[in-house]
Design a protein around this ligand. Structure first.
Ligand code: HEM
Length: 396
């Protein structure tokens, strides 16, 4: 099974046969070049999401494997900003910050954003309707989520291009393993720019608060670095993943015409189609943890300081979890897939992401009843982020 599927761009186009092998033969796998563990079975991934011997302060785990020229810059970013991310906190510190942010992403809060999501969806579709075709990824999926999360946070309109660039660079650093010269330099440069930008915006909001999440965080007595760090994480997490969810869902429907037809016949199945996409093609196929103390797991000696990657993409296709896992079936009773993680760090934006995807696909399929594929798709080849980069469709 060489090379290891998660570090090989060719295999990452279709990692599923290798996932099947690892689930069967090496469910707890040590990948020596990275000094890191990978876990592939559903039962293990779900259990380890709740294991307190694993810490979310995983960023420190990336420092030893960083390229030497970037180690100092990374340490500075980690210790001043990334360690404040909601995603990086453990225990009481995590619970405290999560309690402050959660209400902004509740069912009720998201319902208030529905008109903005619908209006933005219409505008984006109006833009392409006349030309009769579009690249769903580039022309739509890359646009909607960043506009929505920017509105929620209160980042002014017109900044979306820069935000996409910054967050692509930040996310790529963690999603391409191991890190390369390019992912390292782009991440360091973009993150510095993003921090400067957000610090500036924070000072403006402190002087003149508005009705946005940025101002709400400022009013909550949080330190500047904590606010900037979490604005950064919301901007990145709020759109990188959601755009892939929308693209993957449309791609799966186009590749499974019987399911597309079934959906067109009963659009109430759409939320299930979105859930089934999160199961089959989770935008984050792996999620990292830092091993916080030495312990033995299924005969493997896990050592403090090593990284352990939870294989969400593999777990969701484990036949011990669902029957006939390789089949895209929009009528499936939703089980507890791990597409949004599990346990204390379960995705805070899950309601928002599902609502955006459902509105977008509902409008798209209703407005263009003859929509069909219009050329080859191109997908990411990253270990930590999966979805279509190009998804050409004909609209008429
Ligand atoms: C399809 C879309 C999405 C997917 C697949 C996804 C996936 C995930 C996963 C797997 C986790 C768990 C991380 C862990 O265990 O370490 C997570 C956490 C998180 N997500 Fe999402 N996410 C999505 C959309 C969003 C959106 C729209 C937001 C913005 C509000 C968001 C913000 C976050 C945050 C802040 C966390 C950290 C929660 C915590 O540590 O308590 N996500 N997400």
């Amino acid at each position: 099974m060489e090379p290891f599927c998660l570090v090989d761009p060719e295999k990452l186009r279709n990692p599923f046969p290798d996932y099947e092998y690892y689930r069967r033969e090496k469910p707890v796998f040590f990948y020596e070049p990275m000094n890191a563990w990978f876990v592939f079975r559903y039962a293990d991934v779900d259990k380890l999401f709740h294991d307190e011997r694993l810490s979310n302060n995983r960023m420190t785990g990336y420092v030893p494997s960083a390229l030497p020229a970037y180690r100092e810059a990374l340490e500075w970013l980690f210790s001043n900003y990334f360690r404040h991310w909601l995603l990086s906190l453990d225990g009481e510190a995590h619970r405290r910050l999560r309690r402050q942010l959660q209400p902004h992403f509740s069912e009720r809060a998201v319902a208030a954003w529905v008109p903005v999501i619908e209006q933005t969806t219409h505008q984006l579709l109006d833009r392409v309707a006349g030309q009769g075709h579009m690249d769903f990824s580039l022309d739509f999926a890359y646009e909607l989520p960043v506009l929505v999360i920017s509105s929620i946070l209160g980042v002014p309109a017109g900044e979306q291009r820069r935000i996409i660039k910054w967050s692509d660079h930040l996310a790529n650093y963690f999603n391409v393993i191991p890190a390369t010269e390019q992912t390292s330099s782009e991440m360091v440069e973009s993150t510095r720019e993003m921090i400067d930008y957000l610090e500036n915006l924070l000072q403006q909001r402190r002087k003149e608060p508005r009705e946005d999440l940025f101002s709400a965080m400022a009013a909550n007595d949080l330190e500047d670095a904590v606010i900037v760090a979490n604005a950064m994480v919301l901007l990145v997490a709020g759109h990188e993943t959601t755009r892939n969810l929308m693209g993957s869902c449309l791609s799966l429907l186009l590749r499974n015409p019987d399911q597309l037809e079934r959906l067109r016949g009963d659009m109430t199945l759409l939320p299930r189609a979105v859930e089934e996409t999160l199961r089959m093609e989770p935008a984050n196929p792996i999620m990292a943890r830092l091993i916080a103390e030495d312990f033995e797991y299924q005969g493997a000696a896990l050592q403090k300081g090593q990284l352990l990657f939870l294989g969400i993409g593999s777990a969701n296709r484990d036949p011990e979890f669902v029957a006939d896992p390789e089949r895209f079936d929009i009528g499936r009773k939703p089980g507890k897939h791990l597409g949004f993680g599990s346990g204390p760090h379960f995705c805070i934006g899950s309601i928002l992401a599902k609502r955006e995807a459902t509105i977008a696909l509902r409008e798209l399929l209703t407005r263009f009843p003859n929509l069909r594929s219009n050329g080859p798709e191109e997908w990411t080849t990253q270990a930590g982020m999966r979805g279509p980069l190009r998804l050409p469709v004909a609209l008429q």
